[in-house]
Ligand binder design. Sequence first.
Ligand SMILES: Nc1nc2c(c(=O)[nH]1)N[C@H]1C(S)=C(S)[C@@H](COP(=O)(O)O)O[C@H]1N2
Ligand SMILES: [Mo]
Length: 337
Amino acid sequence: MLLKFPKSSDCKASDITPESFYLSRRALLGGTVAGLAAAALPRWGRADEAVRYADVDPGQAPSWFTEKLPATRWQAVVAQGETITPFKDATHYNNFYEFGTDKGDPAANAGALKTEPWSVVVDGEVAKPGRYALEDFIKPYQLEERIYRLRCVEAWSMVIPWIGFPVSALLKQVEPTSKAKFIRFETLRDPEHMPGQRSGFALIDWPYVEGLRLDEAMNPLAILAVGMYGRELPNQNGAPLRLVVPWKYGFKSVKSIVRISLVSEQPKTTWQSIAANEYGFYANVNPTVDHPRWTQARERRLPSGLFSPNVRETQMFNGYGEEVASLYSGMDLRKDY
Ligand SMILES: Nc1nc2c(c(=O)[nH]1)N[C@H]1C(S)=C(S)[C@@H](COP(=O)(O)O)O[C@H]1N2
Ligand SMILES: [Mo]
């Protein structure tokens, strides 16, 4: 497959991080916001981007993360007209039903999630199946920053700087067989630490499952994220490993993954199983196909309030059409929503 990343996603080959940016980030990771201020300011296009990490509380990152982080390829440019969503909003307005259905529940409850040790199973139609400790699972991959729009099916959106690696890099390692047509991702099942799995949100048949067609998974925009905002993933955002597919509605971007299976049949996914007429398998962001109960033509970009609703037009494929539209040529996206 011809990899054409990046295009409209606005990162150029020359955008490899300038040293000053790396140093400033190091100062922050070292634990002092003062350190960030003292370091030479990175070559950002916009002032708000220069301080986008300033409100990140440097917690206790696992060693597998801090060891890999310095070699990260940073994406230095945000897409035209975009501003990174404040860390506070990205970590306090979440959907993670395992921890409750209110937007504040994941931040309040996900502290109970135990992310160390963590293991990931790769199975199904692959030449090299296995069960890996997370640090071994991550080891082969070059980490990259990807600044993506995230558009929830509920019509709100954010811009998040993820850290991760392409799903295609994983697939290259595990070697799907010729029978593999789809990839299926499964979230941890742990009712003891995930109150949403034991309480009455009986609609969901846990664990949360999502999936992609194999060619979608191979698209260079699809990543497995282990961090965001220059740090490891907070639990409420799907630590320690989550999918990010920015041209699809947010529910496809499954959190806290423990199992990745290559399969021959289209997997039964969580939201499609709950309400197939409202949530399709493809779930491509599409302003021309409304949700049965609301329009998808517009979205609220967070932070959004009563007096500054911050509404904008939703873009086809969330603005990533140049990279992904060819995956769907010949398909009726009104039928395969
Ligand atoms: N396991 C799991 N993954 C999930 C969800 C969930 O409830 N459980 N919610 C999804 C939805 S609807 C969205 S919009 C995104 C939100 O990601 P964020 O909280 O990091 O912004 O996560 C997705 N991944
Ligand atoms: Mo969502």
